[in-house]
Design a protein around this ligand. Structure first.
Ligand code: GLA
Length: 710
């Protein structure tokens, strides 16, 4: 809800308030838990510091003022100067601007704060948006050249949030291939902390989701963007902390011609008193206001993907056998991964040749029909933004590749990227992928992206604009394809979770979380991911043991338990499973189907390490059911005593607590306990040594089902 008192504007979300005063210029007077009245300007506004530095909590900052901290906007004007002085002009209730970028949707109200620099002839507009059902606040920054000469944007942050206080922790979610989104905490001091991606994508190295927190204050931030990004935090001696987030300014240089407008990617921010509340609100926001389309509310099919089962080495008959066994297991969708097109027998060839490798598939359209005849849906893997130098496409159109024509270009995984900033290339991709989907009537598409941007080059495109223009090109392709095929379930992927961001989720409701499916390591990846993204966005598969990435063995039931922390599926060759394993998988699938609503719609909680145990749980919206996965990450042989404390139950309800029937666990547990007790004392894992398989593994897990007793 929006309220105005004098020059103050108060945004109220369900649990928070943000107050912006426009009396002097425009600054934040308050951001935190809901307050009843507007704060008095004189109570909260700080003085200038002794050095005369600006102390206001401004909505933005630019070069050339007395604010010497890292600034959000850096420009080079036509006369070569860079100082700008934007003066507040007006505020208005408006719709959000039209742009080629994806935005969140379903908003309640938007206020536009407008500023002008008379000398530079630039108009800066900041759109603050609130939603009726979530505490997330969205900010969009837009710069318009109202003069007659071009200016260069060297940096434009999407969001600035100035906070007061010391002792903040900056949490980032970093990693690499196979070790995505590991949480790292840094104590904020008087220096600049940087979280940045320069790969052309949001990257597995530094996710754009970050948090700033201290006791009773947890702020989290994200960008609706899939390209290079940068988040910085800077503390100082005067108890100030500045957070900035937006497109990375490394190599960024955008020429803004007369009359043109640049809209920066949408940023979102969220305040909550605890990490759990922050996570819950962020999950709600992503599920309700980012993920969209016909699959948004639909529980996702249980799939079998053949990648780790066969890699490139398959034939029509082998795939059909796998599909048959998948149907016997109870799977709902079969996904044919890499290797079905061109002459693709390994990763050195054929990207771009999106036509059937008929000798291998026996005719992809026929194979799709045969799979459907088994009662399964059919899905396919594609990697449309890429080109193999060894391909028909490259022979015909070497100019489509991202690099100057006469340069060889840097190969990664033996491939180049396509110049998707170019309209002709965009049209080619849309045409080629549309044909694949139409020919096979695929109901699922895994959209992969297996390398980073090097040799950025597109004819007639300035290099400082190139990376962002590629992201705009990608969004245009995705918009066209998802509008054309609204029923198709798209899963994004980038060598696993290398492009796990709100931009991709605006088109594709789920992403393959990581290529690393080792139960122990995957647990950490999913846990890190869960701070910013709900389990309903995370592809999570049970794979063979020993694990292909780590070489570690883990029980089938533990692999399933961990995969239930996301969208559970299987990625193995079921024809190689023993009868016993097939029967375990059949039971797992039945169980998952029975409780799929709880997994898909339930509230997710991370269980904190306590007395050796941790894990995660889902609680149904009415709190009558819960599924708990208790995890011991580093089991020590002689230590038997592990406990974890539950969350999100109704303290007034009594619950029956049962272990899911697990093949390797004989000591059945069944008792009744109050929600209050379970959230206070927690669950003690019983009979660890009765587990036949689990006792020999370093990761130990057990799943429990809780039901309210009427
Ligand atoms: C990437 C993906 C894998 C698989 C392979 C196929 O690595 O992350 O899941 O699809 O490509 O080449």
């Amino acid at each position: 809800m929006l309220r105005r008192k004098g020059t103050c504007y108060k945004f109220d979300t369900p649990h928070t308030s943000l107050v912006i005063d426009t009396g002097k210029n425009a600054e934040i007077l308050y951001y935190g838990p809901t307050i009843r009245s507007q704060p008095e300007y004189s109570i909260v506004r700080p003085e200038l510091d002794w050095a005369g530095n600006g102390m206001a909590r401004s909505l933005f900052s630019s070069y050339g003022s007395t604010d010497f901290r890292e600034c959000g906007i850096k420009l080079v004007l036509a006369d070569g100067s860079s100082a700008t002085h934007f003066v507040f002009k007006k505020v208005k209730k408006v719709p959000r601007p039209e742009t080629e970028l994806p935005f969140s949707y379903g908003e309640e109200d938007t206020l536009r704060f407008e500023f002008l620099d008379e000398y530079a002839k630039l108009r800066l507009c900041l759109y603050y948006t609130i939603f009726a059902d979530t505490d997330v606040i969205s900010v969009v920054t837009e710069l318009t050249n109202v003069g007659k000469k071009s200016v260069h944007i060297r940096k434009i942050s999407s969001l600035q949030l100035d906070l007061w206080g010391d002792g903040f922790t900056f949490s980032t979610f970093d990693g690499s291939w196979g070790i995505e989104r590991q949480r790292h905490d840094s104590l904020v001091t008087s220096q600049l902390f940087v979280n940045e991606s320069r790969t052309g994508t949001s990257s597995p190295f530094h996710n754009p989701f970050v948090m700033l927190s201290r006791e009773n204050e947890v702020y989290s931030f994200n960008l609706v963007y899939s390209g290079n990004h940068k988040e910085t935090v800077e503390g100082n001696a005067c108890h100030q902390v500045r957070f900035l987030s937006g497109i990375s300014d490394s190599f960024f240089d955008w020429e803004l011609g007369a009359g043109e407008t640049f809209v920066a990617p949408e940023a979102v921010m969220l305040f909550a008193k605890t990490e759990d509340e922050n996570t819950r609100e962020m999950h709600k926001f992503v599920s309700e206001h980012i993920v969209r389309g016909r699959n948004k509310k639909k529980v996702r099919p249980i799939l079998v993907n053949n990648w780790e089962g066969t890699y490139f080495n398959f034939t029509h008959d082998r795939i059909l056998e796998i599909a048959k066994k998948s149907a016997d297991m109870g799977a709902e969708l079969f996904v044919l991964d890499d290797g079905w097109f061109g002459k693709r027998d390994d990763d050195t060839t054929s990207l771009g040749d999106w036509f059937d490798y008929a000798e291998k598939t026996g005719g992809i359209a026929t194979l799709a029909e045969e799979v459907r005849a088994l009662g399964l849906k059919f899905g396919l893997w594609v990697e449309p933004e890429m080109i193999s130098p060894k391909s028909e496409l490259y022979e015909k159109h070497p100019e489509y590749a991202m690099k100057p024509l006469k340069v060889d270009g840097t190969l990664m995984r033996n491939q180049l990227m396509l110049n998707i900033a170019d309209k002709t290339v965009q049209n080619y991709i849309v045409r080629a992928i549309s044909k694949v989907i139409s020919d096979t009537k695929a109901s699922y598409v895994k959209w992969d992206h297996n390398r980073y941007m090097t040799d950025p080059y597109g004819k007639d495109i300035q290099s400082g604009e190139y990376a962002h223009r590629c992201v705009l090109g990608l969004y245009s392709i995705l918009r066209r394809l998802t509008e054309k095929f609204p029923f198709v379930l798209f899963e994004s992927c980038s060598s696993g979770g290398g492009r796990f961001d709100l931009g991709m989720f605006s088109y594709m409701p789920q992403t393959w979380t990581s290529d690393n499916t080792d139960a122990r390591e995957r647990y950490d990846i999913q846990r890190g991911t869960s701070y910013g993204y709900p389990p309903s966005t995370m592809g999570a598969h049970v794979t063979a043991s020993p694990n292909h990435q780590s070489g570690h063995a883990s029980p089938l039931e533990t692999r399933f338990n961990i995969a239930c922390g996301g969208l559970m599926g299987y990625e193995l060759d079921p024809t190689k499973c023993s009868e016993e394993e097939i029967s375990i998988i059949q039971k797992q699938i039945k169980f998952y189907q029975k409780y799929r609503d709880v997994f898909f719609e339930g509230t997710f909680y991370r269980l904190d390490p306590k007395d050796g145990g941790e894990g995660f749980m889902f609680v149904s919206p009415d709190q009558t059911q819960a599924i708990v996965v208790g995890v011991v990450k580093n089991k020590v042989t002689a230590r038997t005593n592990y406990r974890f404390t539950l969350k999100g139950l109704n303290p007034a309800f009594n619950y029956s607590v049962r272990t899911r029937e697990q093949a390797n666990y004989q000591g059945e547990l069944s008792y009744v306990a109050g929600g209050d007790l379970l959230m206070q004392t927690g669950l003690q894992m019983q009979n660890i040594f009765s587990d036949t398989e689990n006792r020999f593994n370093s990761i130990y897990s057990r799943m429990y089902v809780l039901k309210r007793l009427s």
